[in-house]
Design a binder for this molecule. Structure first.
Ligand code: MV4
Length: 497
């Protein structure tokens, strides 16, 4: 086993990884940019090294500098976290070339999934269902022929893209030539690669992803699904596990397919296979994220598996400690991403000094945070400053708990997205589990606090429509004038047991 881990990241995820190292008795090295000199991850690690100025290209993306720091510090492993260099095959290779363990998949697996056209082909060959579309680099004439065959609307995606980057939707054949030209131009500018492919648009659809773990001895298991349909501009805001749309049988089928996808590219370590799930229960491979994901804690909460500690064990050559049949999901977990964005002003990112901080705690509550009182939240990096994760025995209990924890959360000095999350937890559609990728588009952020009466209406409607609460609901007498909505919902939940 390696002895000293360099965490090539910042913020909450750097701390999350440092904690796992601490529990495994490993020495830790943090790296930081100018504005992160006083960051929490720097203080948490045993040692910390300066990388460079604020721009990521001068600090957290500097492969040469990070490898140099690892050598200087005597680190024998590097964890990339998410974002930055996490899915950079050249970085993974540079670690290996320097005799340092890269805590993640092999560079070939990163490459195989990084090229989305290649990935589609590999997945098709492995029997993984992909969205109907084109699987080779297409000329304009071929694209037009393919689009006519697939039918409109059609999605144009960049081969080198991913995560929604360089994606566009085309509704009419007449618009296709121009859309193809501009998509190619954009892809060329963004990725230096103008290859594109077409897919049928699956809508409405849910974004459901499967967490996989693979060791270096050929064992691959999955840890069930996460539902990530609540996104804004391809930025996930709320994730949960299990998905309200997935039952045991579908989970088994999607899980088997995800394991097959991982095997097809010789995957090791932790990864996620993303699917679109349509209302009829058909699912289609979208892409594979070859890294630890932001939303990994919801899976940890329902499976009891510490994914980051497992990543360390896998990278050290250990065998997986579980067989598929040992994995059971218990209860329900929800994550709200806490961003420094103003939901009342079109989610504008905001910076500033954190003047006051009171984080929620109590039963079933987990906070992954980079915040401290006096911290300067800068606009140089991602606006996500923390994550609030709750666990409940049922989905209703998890929602009640999330709402309680959000109400306990006080962050002074900066604007945060918390009021938006409270409104989502109060919304009929969310409570009923009616989610799809356009949820946030349709959601109107209210500038008023909802009255108890309105909450009663929303919660009653939603919980009664919720399959497992229905039978309890008929036994309850609703007194709207004397009982607050959430007390009522809590009672309903208690009666359900
Ligand atoms: C799609 C799609 C519909 N049909 N592909 C967005 C992120 C990237 N991973 C793929 N994305 C989508 N691909 C086809 N063929 C809809 C989306 C999509 C989406 C997916 C998941 C969550 C939110 C989304 C918001 C807009 C579009």
């Amino acid at each position: 086993m390696f002895k000293k881990v360099l965490v090539a990241n910042r913020g909450e995820i750097a701390i999350r990884i440092l904690r796992a190292c601490e529990e495994r008795g490993l020495k830790t090295v943090a790296v930081f940019s100018d504005p992160d000199r006083t960051a929490l991850h720097v203080r948490y690690a045993d040692e910390a090294y300066h990388l460079g100025p604020a721009p990521a290209s001068d600090s957290y993306l500097r492969i040469d500098r990070i490898i140099q720091v690892a050598k200087e510090a005597g680190a024998d492993a590097i964890h990339p976290g998410y974002g930055f260099l996490a899915e950079n095959a050249d970085f993974a290779q540079a670690c290996i070339d320097a005799g340092i363990t890269f805590i993640g998949p092999p560079p070939q697996a990163i490459r195989a999934m990084g090229d989305k056209v290649e990935a589609r082909k590999t997945m098709q060959a492995a029997g993984v269902p992909v969205v109907p579309g084109t699987s080779d680099d297409v000329t304009d004439a071929e694209a037009i022929a393919a689009a006519l065959e697939i039918g409109f609307p059609i999605m144009i995606k960049a081969a080198a893209g991913g995560g929604g980057k360089g994606m566009r939707i085309v509704y009419r054949a007449d618009d296709l030539p121009r859309a193809l030209a501009s998509a190619r131009r954009e892809a060329k500018a963004a990725f230096g690669d103008d290859r594109i492919y077409l897919e049928k648009v699956i809508s409405p659809a849910r974004h459901v992803e499967i967490q996989v773990l693979a060791d270096q001895h050929g064992n691959v298991i999955h840890l069930g699904e996460r539902e990530c349909s609540i996104q804004r501009r391809h930025q996930k805001l709320i994730e949960e596990s299990p998905s309200p749309a997935v039952d045991e049988a579908l989970r088994r089928r999607m899980g088997e397919v995800a394991v097959r996808a991982a095997r097809a590219v010789g995957y090791t370590n932790a990864g996620t296979v993303e699917f679109l799930l349509d209302p009829d229960g058909n699912f289609y491979f979208l892409e594979m994220n070859t890294r630890l994901q932001v939303e990994h804690p919801v899976t940890e909460m329902v499976t009891g598996v510490d994914i980051v500690k497992e990543q360390l064990a896998i990278a050290a050559g250990r065998r997986l400690r579980w067989k598929q049949e040992d994995i059971h999901m218990k209860g329900w977990a929800i994550e709200c991403r806490i961003t420094a964005e103003d939901p009342f002003n079109n989610f504008m990112p905001t910076g500033g000094t954190v003047t006051y901080l009171k984080e929620p705690t109590g039963p079933g509550v987990r906070v992954e945070s980079s915040l401290y009182e006096g911290m300067e939240v800068s606009l140089h990096y991602d606006p996500m400053v923390a994550k609030l994760i709750v666990w409940g025995e049922t989905r209703a209990e998890a929602i009640l708990r999330m709402r309680r924890a959000l109400e306990e959360y006080y962050i002074g000095g900066i604007k945060t997205i918390i009021p938006f999350h409270i409104q989502v937890m109060n919304s009929t559609q969310f409570i009923a589990g009616h989610l799809d990728t356009r949820f946030v588009e349709r959601f109107t952020v209210s500038h008023e606090r909802p009255s108890d009466g309105r909450k009663v209406a929303a919660i009653a409607a939603a919980l009664i429509s919720h399959e497992r609460a229905r039978e309890a609901a008929v036994h309850i007498h609703i007194d709207q004038t004397t009982r607050s909505a959430w007390k009522w919902a809590a009672r309903l939940e208690a009666l359900r047991r």
